[in-house]
Design a protein around this ligand. Structure first.
Ligand code: SF4
Length: 447
């Protein structure tokens, strides 16, 4: 059941460094905040990569459209991929008056009879929270009847934005899944990847490296995730928060409950990927593991430098502006710097206070209103390249600078060493593409 105390705790996370000084709030809801994605959206995006589970949205049919399949999060799950279809209880006015519990029960019965899910995530939304359906009760009865986990995610959109929603998703997983299954054996170097969603297959760029070093991925939340694995997440020896700090509450609580320490890393760019791998092995402090890591990193970096050499010549001296959100405000900036690009400014519009602190270490100019600032900065600093979401393409065309789409909708991975080469290729293609210089000019008959 959602309550004020939990929301307050999630908004003033004691493990966030900015909250040590003052209760500055991690993601305080502001008027209009949900227009950039509500809490339900955040929760569903965070848990959606579990393709062996069905995600049932207890809401009017309109809610589901907001977050369903908005990101390319590939899975290697060989059973039925349950996230290619959206499931909603389709609450109507009639249900608002008489209650939506019968529809919820019927939907669960249908899913269990026709699909073969390893679990059900059942999302509470604005309407079903207000009409007061007792979802916990229905879920626990159904769980007992069918013997599969029915995880209620209390995420009505009105409580706040996307960031808070992913924390609520983490709460549901912590209390209803983690620790509900025991592994056959415990690996001495087992880790959980928390906040890694495998967007465009980012995770697959570095998990083979970690495995080669001798580290076992016990579970993920939630990239290419499996329900059975997250149930055994309490058997890992280390939690690794990947880029996003939004799930730090989950890792703090796992430390308190299961004595699992956590570290926070980024796998974007050469420097940060190397730092991430070394941070993981150093956390274990095993000499052999550290030696393995050093050897493999040396090989990977040498190969990467060879492959990057032709692109470095083209990119030398180029300037870029980065207009993206959240942790990408600094992680992509770091990757761009690694391929020799000067990052003039980065957007911090959707970044957490933690991300803003990190972004300051990488880039001098932080844009609060990128839509207004970026055009002027392109002129002032004679920028060559704009990396942003699709909406900024018009600015690039108007200013005749190259453009690369780096938002969630991108289709290629920029993660780890392999992804850095992909980023270099995309940036070079954009810079060498004459279309950005031509398309903003007048047509011959207009001159
Ligand atoms: S949960 Fe609420 S804010 Fe979110 S999409 Fe549904 S109605 Fe809108």
């Amino acid at each position: 059941m959602i309550n004020k105390k939990l929301i307050r705790e999630l908004l003033n996370e004691s493990a966030c460094s900015h909250n040590e000084k003052k209760k500055s709030s991690c993601d305080k809801p502001k008027p209009g905040a949900t227009s950039g994605g509500c809490a339900f959206e955040g929760a569903q995006i965070a848990l959606f990569p579990y393709a062996d589970a069905v995600h049932l949205v207890h809401a009017p049919a309109t809610c589901i459209g907001a977050s369903w399949e908005t990101r390319a999060t590939p899975t290697s799950w060989e059973g039925e991929n349950n996230v290619v279809m959206g499931y909603s209880t389709d609450i109507t006015t009639n249900d608002v008056i008489f209650g939506g519990h019968k529809k919820l029960e019927a939907s669960i019965e249908y899913i269990v009879a026709h699909k073969n899910p390893k679990a059900l995530f059942i999302y509470e939304t604005c309407v079903t929270a207000m009409i007061g359906d007792d979802m916990d009760n229905i879920a626990s009865r159904m769980q007992e009847k069918y013997g599969i986990p029915m995880v209620v995610v209390h995420s009505p959109g009105f409580v706040g934005g996307k960031n808070l929603g992913s924390r609520l998703g983490g709460e549901a997983v912590l209390h209803q899944l983690i620790g509900t299954k025991e592994p056959q054996e415990i690996h001495p170097f087992g880790i959980n990847l928390i906040g890694e969603y495998n967007v465009t297959g980012d995770m697959w760029q570095y998990t083979p490296i970690l495995e080669k070093i001798g580290i076992k991925i016990v579970s993920t939340l939630a990239g290419d995730g499996r329900i059975e694995n997250i149930q055994m997440a309490h058997s890992a020896k280390l939690n690794v928060i990947v880029c996003a700090k939004s799930l730090i509450t989950l890792t703090r609580k796992m430390q308190e409950k299961y004595n699992i320490p956590y570290i926070s890393v980024s796998f974007y760019g050469k420097r940060d990927t190397t730092n991430a791998i070394m941070s993981i092995v150093n956390a274990f402090g095993d000499a052999q593991l550290i030696a393995n890591a050093q050897k493999i990193i040396q090989e990977k970096e040498a190969k990467l430098e060879e492959r990057l050499a032709p692109y470095r010549e083209i990119l030398h001296g180029k300037k870029a502006i980065l207009n993206t959100g959240g942790n990408k405000s600094w992680s992509i900036a770091s990757a761009l710097q690694d391929i020799g690009i000067e990052v003039v400014a980065t957007s911090i519009r959707k970044s957490t206070l933690e991300d803003i602190e990190i972004a300051k270490e990488y880039v001098k100019i932080l844009m609060k209103n990128p839509a207004q600032e970026q055009a002027q900065l392109i002129d002032e600093h004679q920028v060559d390249l704009l990396l942003a979401g699709g909406r900024s393409l018009y600015t690039a065309i108007k200013k005749r600078v190259a453009f690369v789409d780096v938002n969630q909708e991108k289709k290629i991975s920029y993660g780890a060493y392999g992804g850095l080469e992909n980023l270099a290729i995309d940036v070079v293609r954009a810079i060498e593409n004459p279309v950005f210089k031509i398309v903003g000019t007048k047509a011959p008959w207009e001159q």
